[in-house]
Design a binder for this molecule. Structure first.
Ligand code: NAI
Ligand code: MG
Length: 368
């Protein structure tokens, strides 16, 4: 069975990191008959340069049709002054909106070799493996009214509105419970039901969804501010955390930094399952941006992009064995003392993007 992948490398270090994943795809096709069929498109500043939009209609159509989209990064000083509607980020926002990617998955995994680089004590983070599931298309970032009102007395009022409907909470909770079943079987739901009506509803709907379909999974609830404290106090108490768009934005950044550099962090964004095929639309991307300060130097850490591809294998193609093996290969390469500049440590050997990619691919084959 063919598996279609759309590669959108983007700008800056995006293409450099993507090139390492392309080598991996070739290995999977040649040595494991994985059957990946790849197509490429432009997004961000490079798309703007080519056709005056942050993503073309043709590439949007390809993204809608693909089994999964791999996205690099967009943006850079070259495009700081382009019109707002066609700025590089608009390409990513369009993809998220049209593909209805409502579930953002952000793992925080602490590789043993990097535990001592954390801002927390090594024993607090060593072996950490949690997954934050953030609602991505609703909540206060999108709710109406959203405006600045002139009150006419020299004062203005800024208004954002937190809105969640039952179906939005049900579907994100469903994703969290389903993922928990493939991991530690625990979900902690975070909201602020003590001060927010949307938090009361969130709590009710998550509880009802659990009771109806997922009572085999352990469910706990935590107020989101307390959750922030617990994340830095003892993060290993969590398996899957499910939360709204705003709290998820902050809590996923906090959790990510427990474990090290931006260059290490993958993410996935998933949509609803197709009623006919059961397949979810999906986009996989590193958390980092286009890193203009190091672009073109071959110095970028490709691990965030490679780990995003591991998530793609796991969640879009059920290639769990390969995903596990790729993650073990990353850990083994870090153990061997090879580092890109962003995660460089005393006594380690500094390498560039290509060497890091090659080392991970060599490990991956060795672990077969
Ligand atoms: P950034 O993530 O690009 O870089 C922040 C710092 O981390 C820089 O010092 C960079 O060199 C370093 N860094 C990031 N990824 C790295 C990697 N893989 N290996 C080694 N070092 C790495 O964020 P910044 O500087 O705020 O934004 C730069 C551009 O990227 C802007 O145009 C911004 O709008 C865009 N951006 C795009 C995102 C996306 O495509 N999803 C996300 C964040 C920013
Ligand atoms: Mg953020």
């Amino acid at each position: 069975m063919t598996k279609t992948l759309l590669l959108l490398p983007g700008d800056g270090i995006g293409p450099e990191a993507m090139a390492e994943v392309e080598k991996l795809i070739d290995v999977l096709n040649a040595e494991e008959s994985a059957g990946f069929e790849t197509d490429r498109g432009l997004v961000g500043g490079s798309a703007y340069d080519a056709h005056g939009a942050a993503i073309s209609e043709e590439d949007m159509a390809k993204a809608m049709a693909a089994d999964a989209v791999l996205f690099g990064a967009v943006g850079g000083p070259k495009w700081d002054d382009v019109p707002y509607d066609v700025r590089p980020e608009a390409g990513l926002l369009r993809l998220r909106k049209d593909m209805e990617l409502f579930a953002n998955l952000r793992p925080a995994i602490c590789y043993p070799a990097l535990a001592s680089a954390s801002s927390l004590r090594p024993e607090v983070v060593e072996g950490l493996d949690i997954l934050i599931v953030r609602e991505l298309t609703g909540g206060v970032y999108f709710g109406e009214p959203k405006e600045i009102v002139d009150l006419g007395n020299g004062q203005k009022r800024g208004i954002d509105t937190q809105v969640y409907d039952t179906f939005e909470i049900e579907r994100i909770a469903g994703v969290a419970f389903e993922l928990a079943r493939t991991r530690g079987n625990k979900v902690c739901s975070m909201e602020k039901r003590n001060v927010m009506k949307s938090g009361v509803l969130w709590n009710e709907v998550v509880t009802a969804t659990h009771k109806a379909n997922y009572s085999d999974v352990e469910l706990t609830h935590m107020l989101a501010d307390a959750g922030g404290m617990q994340l830095v106090r003892w993060p290993k108490q969590f398996d899957v955390i499910v939360t709204d768009n705003l709290f998820g934005d902050m809590l996923s950044d906090v959790a990510a930094m427990l474990t090290g550099s931006l260059g290490m962090l993958p993410s996935a964004s998933l949509g609803a399952p197709d009623p006919k095929t059961g397949k979810r639309k999906a986009l996989y991307e590193p958390v980092h941006g286009s890193a203009p300060d190091i672009a073109g130097q071959g110095a970028a850490n490709p691990i965030a992009m490679i780990a995003s591809f591991a998530m793609c294998l796991r969640y879009s193609f059920e290639m769990v064995e390969q995903a596990d093996r790729l993650e073990r290969a990353i850990a083994a390469v870090l153990d061997s003392g090879i580092r890109t500049g962003d995660i460089m440590a005393e006594g380690a050997r500094q390498v560039g993007t290509v060497e890091m990619g090659d080392a991970i691919i060599a490990q991956y084959r060795e672990l077969a």
